[in-house]
Design a protein around this ligand. Structure first.
Ligand code: PLP
Length: 403
């Protein structure tokens, strides 16, 4: 008999999509997998060297629960540069990926019954962690406003029980980059209603020009005392498997997170910590520039191919590395057609008919969305999207014939 708590969550929808792609591939189908929340890339040389040197030195032992002091110092300097404010080492905790930083934040900020506003479509882990922490996710639909919430709609969702708001910019899955004015409104709302802001900027390094990523505390410094910044090297350095993330926030939050982490995972992997430290001390930015260029090229290539289909509007893909398509037009197709009528059906049909795997928006609270990752090699991306365009066009034609 399992605990009641297990009814609050299921394995994430993105993991399920990856598993479906793998099962099809294991069954002998040639699959182009566009489900991945990670970037295909070589290791940054400084990361490789930092890790090897740490192994050679025999760095085998526990570190401080929330990370090596030198690493927290380097991260405090990084956050200071990015926000234009001075951050101290005791305002930083190193975590096993951004996921742990978010989990720490939910566990130390929420009481049972507290409501947390999460704009939707949302990354699937946000509501899951709020539920695990005993809170209640409250979603604000952003589909009619370019995937950026309207401040007045956020304000309407606030009740006396609201404790926090989750902001993820650039957004997974939608690729939206929040503009400066919206962020200022959100910051002021949080101050007026005494809310925490959980500010996930894991994709902050990938805002595609002319869009710019703004850390919310740099726009409204007074919001800093109620903001927890969440970030990681998973995306920025294509290091998903190394599990290094961090949270930056008021010392009281970091102290509580440290106590919690001391009873859960203790410190993140020591070799990975040394590798990231080496990168922060010696990296010259060239690896990051190469990664950004690679993604910018993939984005252009992908948008060019996607512009040849007529089923879904061209996604704006302002940041991150996802195309988020609105398949709402499938709903207009009359009865009698074999064409899919929902994103779930479309994802299954794409895998079966075209060997292309994507993630259905139902994983993100949007039953008509489709997320396609462009973090893979350009040749695979082109092949996958060309097949997708062909399949979409065949659906469009079939639906016209039925009509
Ligand atoms: N936050 C967002 C918005 C993400 O998309 C992800 C991963 O996909 C994470 C956090 C978790 O990142 P990590 O792998 O560092 O735990």
């Amino acid at each position: 008999m399992l605990a009641q708590r297990t009814r609050l969550f299921a394995s994430s929808g993105t993991a399920a999509a990856r598993a479906a792609a793998k099962a099809a591939s294991d069954a002998g189908k040639e699959v182009i997998d566009l489900t991945a929340g990670e970037i295909w890339s070589d290791l940054a040389p400084s990361i490789r060297e930092g890790a090897l040197a740490a192994i050679e030195r025999g760095e085998n032992r526990y570190t401080d629960t929330v990370g090596l002091r030198e690493l927290r110092e380097a991260l405090a300097a990084k956050v200071s540069r990015e926000t234009g404010q001075v951050w101290h080492t005791d305002e930083i905790a190193v975590t096993s990926g951004a996921k742990q930083a978010l989990f720490n934040a939910a566990m130390v900020l929420l009481d049972p019954g507290d409501e947390v506003i999460i704009p939707s479509p949302y990354w699937t882990t946000f509501p899951a962690q709020v539920l695990i922490a005993g809170g209640r996710p409250v979603h604000v639909d952003t589909r009619a406003s370019g995937f950026v919430p309207r401040p007045q709609e956020l304000e309407r969702a606030i009740t006396p029980k609201t404790r926090a708001i989750v902001i993820n910019t650039p957004s997974n899955p939608t690729g939206a980059v929040y503009d400066q004015i919206t962020l200022e409104h959100i910051a002021n709302l949080a101050i007026r209603h005494d809310l925490w802001i959980i500010f996930d900027e894991c994709y902050g390094a990938f805002a595609h020009a002319p869009h710019v990523h703004h850390p919310i505390v740099s726009l409204v410094p007074e919001v800093r005392s109620r903001t927890v910044i969440i970030n990681a090297y998973s995306k920025t350095l294509a290091l998903t498997g190394w599990r290094i993330g961090y949270m930056a926030g008021p010392k009281s939050v970091i102290d509580a997170a440290k106590a919690l982490q001391s009873h859960t995972t203790s410190n993140p992997n020591v070799i990975a910590q040394h590798a990231v430290l080496e990168h922060l001390q010696r990296g010259d930015g060239s690896y990051e520039r190469r990664l950004s260029d690679q993604l910018a090229q993939a984005r252009r290539l992908g948008l060019d191919i996607l512009s040849r289909q007529t089923l879904a509007p061209l996604p704006s893909a302002q940041g991150g590395f996802y195309f988020y398509l609105d398949l709402g037009s499938l709903l207009d197709i009359g009865p009698g057609s074999a064409t899919p009528r929902s994103a779930d059906d479309a994802v299954n049909a794409l895998l079966a008919e075209a060997g292309v795997a994507g993630v259905s928006g139902s994983a993100f609270g949007d039953h008509m969305g489709l997320r396609l990752s462009y973090g893979i090699t350009h040749d695979k991306l082109a092949l996958g999207l060309e097949r997708l365009v062909e399949t979409f066009e065949s659906w469009t034609k079939a639906s016209r014939n039925v009509a």
